[in-house]
Design a protein around this ligand. Structure first.
Ligand SMILES: Cc1cc2nc3c(=O)[nH]c(=O)nc-3n(C[C@H](O)[C@H](O)[C@H](O)COP(=O)(O)OP(=O)(O)OC[C@H]3O[C@@H](n4cnc5c(N)ncnc54)[C@H](O)[C@@H]3O)c2cc1C
Ligand code: FES
Length: 267
């Protein structure tokens, strides 16, 4: 699939480090699916689709070379888009659900929360960030259910981790499903808690991506390809994963520990 060039209709500043780019492009993206964004002569990188239909959008946190270039773009400029790719969330039967989002992990969970609200699902949202002003989609998520906020520095909501709040919720409530996205150590804890309390979960995982179509093998976790079989995985799959929370592949395709992967990411 070759990228389609899409004009940027609108740019919304969500937090000091995160912007949403609304695109002049119609897709039928489902919550949890992603696209590859292409900047000619720069690179091509994966981003969750945070809107669908004629509201198709990607939400980008400024990090390294590619995202810094994205932040130089203005309304009216164009980017290339390939996608939607992957399998999104399976939320058909949910009546009572919980969402756990850490940092930019709120990106794939926003469309899901809005879809669950339309279906009258009883929803609890645990939203975590480093600081209060980095809480992504706080206002929109508030409209979809009961929200609990945690921050690392205590500048908004409870000081501490999303998973402490999740543990308290699981102690008193039974959820049909816990949906999560965020840093992998957080997702490991979400999974452990769901197993302990007998709740099913669906987690949105990330691995380094190149082709996004299941050809190059770069995004493998055990026998699964995150771009094709994921990025959302269910408890039944996660129980069998040996790499989850432990190993990831560098761009060179060398498999390293998650700690080494994180150090490489920060270089
Ligand atoms: C399925 C999926 C969905 C994502 N959705 C979002 C989103 O909605 N919003 C958002 O801000 N970010 C999202 N990301 C992460 C995003 O792709 C990276 O932040 C981006 O590629 C950074 O590129 P950079 O050049 O600015 O930074 P770099 O300095 O190159 O990298 C910074 C970080 O991005 C990761 N990264 C870099 N290149 C890739 C790649 N090709 N594939 C996967 N990860 C990469 C690195 O591991 C590192 O953690 C998603 C990643 C995946 C796999
Ligand atoms: S990125 Fe190539 S197989 Fe997933």
């Amino acid at each position: 699939m070759t990228p389609k060039m899409a004009r940027i209709k609108k740019i919304a500043q969500e937090t000091p480090s995160i912007r949403t780019f609304y695109l002049d492009l119609e897709t039928d993206a489902k919550p949890g699916q992603f696209a590859m964004a292409w900047l000619p002569r720069v690179d091509e990188k994966p981003f969750t689709l945070t809107g669908t239909g004629n509201e198709t959008a990607i939400t980008v946190q400024e990090k390294g070379k590619f995202t810094k270039k994205m932040f130089e773009l203005k309304e009216g400029n164009s980017i290339g888009i390939r996608g939607p790719f992957g399998k999104g969330f399976d939320f058909g039967g949910a009546k009572n659900a919980c969402i756990v989002a850490g940092g930019c992990g709120a990106a794939p969970l926003l469309m899901l929360a809005e879809e669950l609200k339309k279906r009258d699902v009883n929803l609890k949202i645990v939203l975590g960030a480093r600081t209060g002003n980095e809480c992504l989609f706080k206002e929109r998520l508030k409209n979809t259910g009961e929200i609990y906020i945690t921050t690392d520095d205590g500048s908004l909501g409870e000081k501490g981790f999303t998973t402490s709040v999740l543990e308290r919720l699981l102690e008193k409530e039974k959820f049909d499903c816990v949906f999560g996205c965020g840093p992998e150590p957080m997702l490991v804890r979400v999974f452990e808690l769901c197993e302990k309390f007998g709740a099913e979960c669906q987690l949105n995982l990330e691995r380094f991506m190149k082709c996004a179509t299941g050809i190059c093998g770069q995004c493998a976790i055990d026998e699964w390809l995150v771009c094709k079989d994921g990025p959302v995985f269910k408890s039944t799959q996660i129980r069998k994963m040996r790499d989850f929370g432990k190993f990831a592949m560098l761009k060179s395709a060398k498999k390293v520990s998650l700690q080494e992967y994180a150090q490489w990411r920060q270089k």
